[in-house]
Design a protein around this ligand. Structure first.
Ligand code: NOJ
Ligand code: CA
Length: 553
């Protein structure tokens, strides 16, 4: 029998409390509002929610600038409201992951305030200081064009401090054991309150060699220390790392199964977009072939869009420019010289067939899918908002005032709702309207989630690429516990016919899983398959069409 590894079956949904549901009419989403929407998430089939930072914060980087790791920002509710939310989620079988943002604090955090004002404070060594401005201070900024330096002079300390991100986010000195002890205390606190783990913000920067004295040793080891602590406190808790690193660094993060449990597959994400742009299967095939094997308890997390820009920084210059041309041609759509600050539907010109193709890939590629709030109804973006806020507008629930997000006056919302154009809440981009329409993206998404949950093989199985002989068609098979599922995706807008060769599987029957039609018995282990432009199919091999997959290990 194998361990259950719940995160390999999970359908994760990420959301920001402040833009999901306001309960008290102040224009800001809050924990009671979120709790009132848990039945919605349960109905959609979500099994795990990842909350973006909700801690006290001056909120200059959407909460990724924290002043207190042990609390809830008063705008969003109280710690009591958080516990009620956790309880209600548990009642529905929904796990909760939270953001662990410990690469840096806010410059308003009491630790930084103590550190800058008193050289003898124990907090001085929580941060990274330099008397001189280091020669490379104008390199390595994460937000080029907005952030000028990685070292800023603090007039009170009369020293420069290091910050990988914005200047109001001083980096913590992880080589200081007291800082690592703080990190564990933070993890311990939230684990006691019932979370199932953490999305580890900026993991590569957390463990990078910081400062100028080069005193640190192998900082990857620290990830193992955190994992020891985590699994001792709660055996089934996980860490999901934000680590946009090349594949040859990945095994340092997974560390034989004793460091990070999951990592967002940023490389696959960028190659999916390249494949969509080129209408070619090849970028996905190349990427999957280059993907290293990972420890058996570890897992990739797959996503299309997140709360940041679509980062294309790991594509070649030529490929990146091509994706820009196809999906974000205007300068206002691009950001930090590497990304696109749009949601997916506008990038795909609202083409429902292509959207569903893209999500079908996300639900079937090996790993655990992560859906972002609003994706289930095809929400758009607001490019008039600053930087990445374009993709962080409030959830659209109804076609009534403020999209049902809040009762506050329209100009009193934390961010404006999208109320004009094709993605307006008044234009069927809302949950209530789409719920009534059997052909809506929302109802499609719910069916796709159900189908995905019936196919644990996509999350747990060994995966093999099937050669379709057609440049636009990507097909793969995932096998686990002697059962195989197959997915086929046509990335091009043109219809095509392929031969699906399943001779490696000795298959007798293809059973359609996502509502196309029932297929004939296979002859000679292969079949011709007609795919419409942007068409996709999911099949189970050799099974009774209506049987549920076995969940025995
Ligand atoms: C990564 C987060 O996803 C991003 O939104 C944030 O700005 C940086 N980390 C800094 O915390
Ligand atoms: Ca509120």
């Amino acid at each position: 029998m194998q361990p259950d590894w719940w995160y390999k079956r999970a359908c994760i949904y990420s959301l920001d409390v402040e833009t999901f549901q306001d309960s008290n009419g102040d224009g800001i989403g809050d924990f009671p509002g979120l709790t009132s929407r848990l039945d919605y998430l349960a109905g959609l089939g979500i099994t795990c929610v990842w909350l973006l930072p909700f801690y006290p914060s001056p909120n200059r980087d959407n909460g990724y600038d924290i002043t207190d790791y042990y609390g809830v920002d008063a705008r969003l509710g109280t710690l009591g409201d958080f516990v009620e939310f956790i309880h209600a989620a548990q009642e529905r079988g929904i796990r909760v992951l939270i953001d662990l943002v410990v690469n840096h604090t806010s410059d308003q955090h009491p630790w930084f305030q103590a550190a800058r004002s008193n050289p003898d404070s124990p907090y001085r060594d929580y941060y990274i200081w330099s008397k001189e401005k280091p020669a490379d201070a104008d390199q390595g900024m994460v937000f080029p064009g907005v952030q000028e330096s990685t070292w800023t002079y603090d007039t009170e300390a009369q020293l420069f401090y290091f910050h990988r991100f914005y200047k109001y986010q001083p980096d913590l000195n992880i080589s200081n054991p007291a800082v690592r002890a703080e990190i564990m205390r933070i993890m311990g606190f939230w684990l006691e309150l019932g979370v199932s783990g953490f999305r580890v913000d900026a993991a590569p920067f957390l463990i990078e060699m910081k400062g100028t004295d080069g005193q640190q040793g192998d900082m990857y080891e620290y990830l193992g220390e955190f994992d020891d602590f985590l699994t001792w406190r709660r055996g089934d808790a996980i860490m999901l790392a934000e680590a946009n690193v090349p594949f040859d660094k990945i095994d340092q993060y997974f560390g034989e199964g004793h460091r990070m449990t999951m990592i967002f597959n940023f490389l696959l994400n960028q190659n999916i977009f390249l494949a969509l742009a080129r209408q070619s299967a090849q970028p996905i095939i190349d990427c999957m072939q280059a993907t290293p094997g990972i420890p058996k308890s570890c897992q990739w997390a797959n996503f299309l869009r997140n709360h940041d820009e679509l980062d294309l920084g790991r594509l070649s210059e030529k490929d990146r420019q091509f994706v820009f041309e196809q999906f974000g041609p205007k300068e206002t759509m691009q950001i930090y010289n590497r990304g696109i600050r749009r949601r997916l539907p506008p990038m795909l010109a609202g083409d429902q067939r292509r959207l569903r193709l893209a999500y079908s890939l996300m639900w079937t590629l090996p790993g655990t899918p992560v859906l972002r709030y609003g994706e289930e109804i095809g929400m758009g973006d607001d490019l008039s908002l600053d930087q990445r806020n374009s993709v962080r507008t409030p959830m659209q629930w109804t076609d009534t005032k403020n999209a049902g997000f809040s009762d506050a006056p329209r100009d009193g919302l934390v961010r404006p709702v999208i109320d004009a154009g094709p993605y307006s809440y008044a234009n069927e981009v809302n949950v209530a309207d789409q719920r009534r329409d059997p052909d809506s993206l929302f109802n499609w998404m719910e069916r796709a989630i159900r189908a995905r949950k019936e196919c644990p093989e996509f999350g747990r199985g060994g995966c093999a690429i099937i050669d379709t002989g057609h440049p636009a068609v990507f097909a793969h098979a995932c096998t686990w516990n002697s059962r195989t599922v197959v997915a086929v995706h046509n990335l091009a807008d043109k219809d095509c016919t392929i031969t699906l060769d399943l001779s490696d599987y000795n298959a007798r029957q293809l059973n359609d899983l996502l509502g196309d039609k029932q297929y004939r018995k296979l002859e000679h282990n292969s079949t011709t398959l007609e795919l419409e432009g942007y068409g996709y199919r999911w099949f189970r091999l050799d099974d009774h069409p209506h049987s549920a997959p076995s969940h025995n290990q």
